[in-house]
Design a protein around this ligand. Sequence first.
Ligand code: FE
Length: 343
Amino acid sequence: MEYQVNKKVSIFSVLAISILSTSFSTAVLSANDDSLTVYSTRKEHLIEPLFNAFTDKTGIRVKYLTGKGGALIERIKLEGKKTKADLFMTVDAGNLWYAGTQNLFQPVSSEIIKNNIPKHLRDPNGLWSGLSVRARTIIYSTDRVNPSELSTYQDLANKKWKGKLCLRTSKKVYTKSLVSSLIHHDGIEKTTEVVRGWIDNLAATPHAEDVHIMGSILAGQCDVGIVNSYYFGRLQAEDPNVALKLFWANQDSTGTHVNVSGAGVIKHSKNKENAIKLLEFLTSVEAQKIYVDLNKEYPASQKLKADNLIALWGDFNQDKMNLSVAGKNQADSVSLMQREGYK
Ligand code: FE
């Protein structure tokens, strides 16, 4: 009874399958089947090695379905008590928080998870846990910027960066979460001024992807930007001499904004015990190593060091704001950016 969900199914067919098909349900719900089903917005190559390691260790098989966050969340809601999902995995605390508000998760109280994952990277009510960490920080051209000119996210609003700044679109949850953290630390008024300054300094319309920001800096269109650390890691792995560097923002104040990929146990999981086992395993040193190797991310567990390449970027102080705040402030963050015309 090998059931493999095709990762390439479109959102429409995902929804159609969810509504129309019963073969999936029959396969998963058969008696004595203690296998787990994970719905994931992370791509196959980033999750399969983790699940294989879990199966090797426990004998529990893991099936998975990948897709876009919005569609998967809707699907889980639609399936309700009949859902096959045991775990939902996604990126960004804003998304995890949203899934929590949609009643997708059940609280998990696990000493193993509490021991492995620092408090600020977990939901205060145990609904989800961070599993890998990415820093969203400043990136600059090593040809045109002296790092002594850099300091904070807020300083990128300074007129000295006029026409030199590239940013990701405000529609991306990564931007929403960063601005949520600024609201948390500085309040709406000050953050409004910062966002206004950023927009004033833009060299180009906000980019759809972090990789485009790096490309624009390399092409000379702008000098500085803000990106997730792993995008730079991937680029640097391809081209060790790339003329870009990360700068750890806000080291003398709030720390660099970090975010997570993470997961939570589905409220209507039929296999809660094993689902918790899988979540606990994902926080273990063994699984955390796989995370680090796969995507140039930082381990969420503090029991393990970053990989060689990202360790070369040096240590930095993380912003210790609890990441659920990235979700709680999201509505304020979105309306602030809309008011200021941040595209
Ligand atoms: Fe990403």
